[in-house]
Design a protein around this ligand. Structure first.
Ligand SMILES: Cc1cc2nc3c(=O)[nH]c(=O)nc-3n(C[C@H](O)[C@H](O)[C@H](O)COP(=O)(O)O)c2cc1C
Length: 238
């Protein structure tokens, strides 16, 4: 047995059952719980749960406390894009779509991600039905996958399979994330409302809605962040 495998065997007792073990982390459906969560997911997962998740996903992502998340927000949304996924991995019912509009910040004393989804999207029904969602960021090599997921509808076929991306279970929420992602934000829906054209203070904004399909916006409390080291501020946050 190699040194790394030995180290892993020490972390995980014989034949770990990962997600079916007693230490299985609670998966948020958004309906089953309203509990406030801290944002250090490995602590909540327990050592074996965390080690299993890392092994299952085979990636160098690690948990990032919200205060240490390092992103250029406008660049992330507008240029890199994110993949919004709603639904339930365990039920096998979920969908993903590319998003370019949204925000990250602090609201009601909690870190949040906010997304906007037009009611015409297939993902909209899943956002309405399920209590959690994830946002995933990818490196440039996955741009074609994001283009595909942002131009085809899950209503018309298995576009996730066509994209070549691999859905995997998330650490704390029912909505899946993606194995290839460099950054994953796991979110619990806490607020939603519709964009109301009567409230546009700049009438020019209405030109984004020639079909009058005004977005519904969703605020999700970020309950876990997993990311490559580049997404973590060196030496901690402010
Ligand atoms: C770069 C990019 C950004 C997008 N941003 C959004 C967005 O923020 N909100 C939205 O409703 N649609 C957005 N879309 C469009 C959806 O991703 C697209 O309509 C998708 O096919 C919907 O998939 P679905 O029907 O499977 O949900 C974007 C598309 C692209 C390519």
């Amino acid at each position: 047995m190699g040194r790394r495998r030995k180290a892993f065997a020490r972390l995980v007792p014989a034949r770990p059952k990962c997600w079916t073990s007693r230490r299985r982390p609670r998966i948020l459906s958004g309906i089953r719980t309203t509990a406030r969560l801290d944002h250090e997911s490995p602590a909540r997962l327990g050592l074996s749960g965390w080690a299993c998740w890392r092994k299952e996903n085979d990636v160098a992502r690690a948990a990032i406390p919200f205060h240490e998340l390092l992103v250029k927000t406008h660049q992330l949304w507008d240029e890199q894009w994110l993949l919004l996924t709603a639904g339930d991995f365990q039920e096998g019912r979920f969908n993903a779509m590319t998003v370019g509009w949204g925000s990250l910040g602090t609201m009601w004393g909690r870190p949040f991600a906010q997304v906007v989804v037009r009611p015409t999207r297939h993902t909209y029904g899943l956002m309405e039905r399920y209590g959690t969602f994830t946002l995933c960021a990818f490196s440039e090599e996955y741009r074609p996958a994001l283009k595909l997921l942002g131009t085809r509808s899950g209503r018309d076929g298995d576009k996730i399979a066509a994209s070549g991306l691999t859905p995997v279970r998330s650490t704390l929420v029912a909505a899946p994330s993606f194995a290839e992602a460099d950054l994953i934000l796991e979110c619990r829906k806490v607020y939603s409302d519709d964009i109301r054209p009567a409230r546009f203070l700049d009438p020019g904004i209405d030109t984004n809605y020639p079909l009058k399909d005004y977005h519904r916006f969703y605020f999700g409390e970020i309950v876990a962040i997993l990311g490559q080291p580049g997404y973590r501020a060196a030496g901690g946050g402010q």
